[in-house]
Design a protein around this ligand. Structure first.
Ligand code: COA
Length: 357
């Protein structure tokens, strides 16, 4: 590996993604429904965010149940025995409770033997942080096969009286399987970068059961929910995504022209187009599904990866740029050589695991 000031590049990490899956709740909440809840309208939401609808978890669904379904889909696409998974990492900022980790419930639900399991919380940057962690475990041979899940029930922490935030978020889960790269076969991690700036933490945050005193209470005197300075977050997001993406591409020894597909965090279509424009990527090479799901926080990138694979937008050997941004502030970029998933190589998924949840 070639050490750089900010990570490793050129020869890459000895890990690859061999399976992808997603699960989103059935219930669709349209902009028209939001019009009946707060002072907003479809035209404003579509023009300012690109979002048309989002999914909302059923009362009996949690981040662990959504994550387990996405995990099973990823296991099925990799065509592996779940008992061979030895590490489960769940990225979530909306866990079922303060503990245990959502990852342990997912480990049990998918039948991942006695795999090590823990959660990562880096808000919307959570999946990239969890994936980076799994890559290190696999590259160091501490893990043979890891399941990485991004799963969120954002509808449970959204302030449904705040039109500035409630129109943006949705629920869902996505997952990937990470295994060792194989000499002579496509698939590896070319570059990864994680960054943060805690001095800007108050621009986007949500209180919880351990938040002290008045900070725990919202303006309505109720438990506070997501609080955001939308304009400032927008500006920081575009700058951070552009800078980190360019750095990751350079660290991978590539140029933007080598990137077959960019799969960015899906928060706002305008953030994505501004980023793509400044990086020099035509929108045909950028995956966008924020119109259908809104911002599902740590689930956006794995959901988008699973859909891009299903849509035939990812081919073995493709260079894929992932880039995320979220509360913290926290952001990241990764360049991957796509391995292709076993199910798509074989044609059709097996369906053998469908009955587990
Ligand atoms: N419907 C109608 N009007 C709304 C509205 C809504 N849902 N939300 C805000 N407005 C109003 C504001 O009150 C303001 O009105 P005013 O001019 O009378 O004061 C006006 O629209 C413009 O508000 P502003 O906040 O400047 O809009 P914007 O163009 O910045 O868009 C966001 C707001 C939230 C969509 C945008 O700032 C954004 O996407 N920020 C990043 C958020 C994000 O991605 N967060 C997660 C990062 S992981």
């Amino acid at each position: 590996m070639t050490p750089t000031a900010s990570g490793y590049g050129a020869s890459g990490y000895g890990a690859r993604i061999t399976g992808v899956g997603r699960y989103v709740p059935e219930r669709i909440m349209t902009n028209a429904e939001l019009e009946r809840m707060v002072d907003t309208n479809d035209e404003w939401i579509v023009e300012r965010t690109g979002i048309h609808e989002r999914r909302i978890a059923a009362p009996d669904e949690t981040s662990s149940t959504l994550g387990a379904r996405a995990g099973l889909a990823a296991i099925e696409s990799a065509q592996i025995d779940p008992a061979t998974i030895d590490l489960v990492i769940a990225a979530t900022c909306t866990p079922d409770g303060m503990f245990p980790a959502v990852a342990t419930r997912i480990q049990h639900a998918v039948g991942a033997g006695h795999a090590g399991a823990f959660d990562v919380n880096a808000a919307c940057n959570g999946f990239m942080s969890a994936l980076s962690t799994a890559v290190q475990f696999v590259a160091a041979r501490t893990s043979q096969r890891a399941l990485v899940v991004g799963t969120e029930t954002m509808s449970r922490i959204v302030d449904w009286t705040d039109r500035g935030t409630c129109v943006l978020f949705g629920d869902g889960a996505g997952a990937v399987i990470v295994e060792r790269a194989v000499e002579g076969e496509p698939g590896r991690i070319d570059a990864l970068l994680l960054r943060s700036d805690g001095s800007q933490a108050d621009l986007l945050w949500a209180s919880g059961p351990c938040t002290p005193g008045e900070a725990a209470m919202g303006a309505m005197g109720q438990e506070a929910r997501i609080v955001m300075d939308g304009r400032s977050v927008f500006r920081h997001a575009v700058n951070a995504l552009v800078e980190t993406s360019m750095e990751a591409v350079t660290n991978a020894g590539l140029t933007v022209d080598d990137i077959a597909l960019c799969v960015p965090h899906q928060a706002n279509r305008r953030i994505i187009t501004a980023m793509a424009d400044r990086v020099g990527l035509p929108m045909e090479r950028v995956y966008v599904n924020v119109d259908r799901y809104g911002n599902t926080s740590s689930a956006t990138i794995p959901i988008a990866l699973a859909e891009a694979e299903a849509d035939g937008r990812l081919k073995p050997g493709d260079r894929v740029l992932l880039a995320a941004f979220g509360g913290g502030l926290s952001w990241s970029a990764m360049v991957i050589e796509w391995a292709g998933v076993r199910a798509s190589r074989a044609g059709i998924p097996t369906g053998i695991l469908a009955a587990r949840v």
